[in-house]
Design a protein around this ligand. Structure first.
Ligand code: ATP
Length: 234
């Protein structure tokens, strides 16, 4: 579904992403893990069209998306849930959800998608008319995920969905990611919570200093000695 080849991304003169290649097949859960500043968010932002790609190829469902505007990439079904959630705190929960449905196709399926989002996240229905900024951190993360579901993704890219959440809520967020996957969507997950990410992943890539340094199935990487020492603290 997603094929990335030799991706290079720069901030000004500084190269952040160096020759990254990765694949996500239909309905796969794939993680990108690595330490702070390794370049994970930069990769996701480049795939979303938010950052320019210096060189490399990115094909999504057979279409070259390098250079496409972000909204076109969303319309193709590649949708990002940004780090830090970036909800609109002054707007209501309902209004935040509607923002996810801005494309023509998503607008025409809005009622059905709203129902689906509410079935995943009942709290968003009960708090429908409240300002989104009043939601707890975990609820805001749910809202950010629900907002992206409104744009009918085929592949959802989640950037650090567990960041800053209490352990119980982290578990809940990972359960929801699992359920979204069960509905037939692909997931590309960027996480610092390496154990959780690997345990739900079909495949994962370790990024260090902008490079892919290791790849394998979630299981293989959890059992890998270097991963255990560097990321799992065991
Ligand atoms: P984290 O888990 O901490 O978010 P990350 O792996 O997602 O880390 P990135 O956010 O992609 O890392 O950052 C990669 C590098 O790019 C870092 O060295 C960071 O300082 C640098 N960087 C990020 N944003 C910018 C920017 N707007 N301008 C210049 N450098 C940036």
């Amino acid at each position: 579904m997603l094929q990335v080849r030799n991706l290079d991304v720069f901030y000004g003169a500084v190269q952040i992403v160096r020759g990254v290649s990765l694949d996500v097949a239909e309905q796969e859960v794939v993680s990108i893990v690595g330490s702070n500043g390794a370049g994970k968010t930069t990769i996701i932002n480049a795939l979303s069209g938010l950052l320019a790609i210096r060189s490399g190829e990115v094909r999504f469902r057979g279409v070259e998306i390098k250079g496409l505007e972000p909204h076109k990439i969303v319309e193709l079904g590649l949708v990002q849930v940004p780090e830090g959630r970036l909800i609109f705190p002054e707007m209501t929960v309902y209004e935040n959800l509607l923002i996810g449905a801005y494309s023509k196709a998503a607008r025409s399926h809005m009622e059905k998608n709203l129902e689906e989002a509410h079935s995943f996240f009942p709290v968003l229905l009960s708090r429908k008319n409240q300002a989104a900024g009043l939601l707890s951190g975990g609820e805001q993360q749910m809202l950010a995920i629900a907002r992206s579901l409104m744009s009918m993704p085929k592949l959802l890219m989640l950037d650090e969905p567990s960041l800053g959440l209490a352990p119980l809520i982290v578990q809940e967020v990972f359960n929801i990611i699992d359920r979204i996957h069960d509905q037939g969507k692909g997931i590309l997950l960027v996480e610092q919570n390496v154990y959780h990410a690997l345990s739900i992943s079909d495949k994962a890539y370790v990024i260090e200093n902008g490079h892919v340094t290791m790849e394998g199935t979630g299981e293989e990487l959890i059992d890998n000695k270097e991963i255990k020492t560097a990321y799992l603290g065991i």
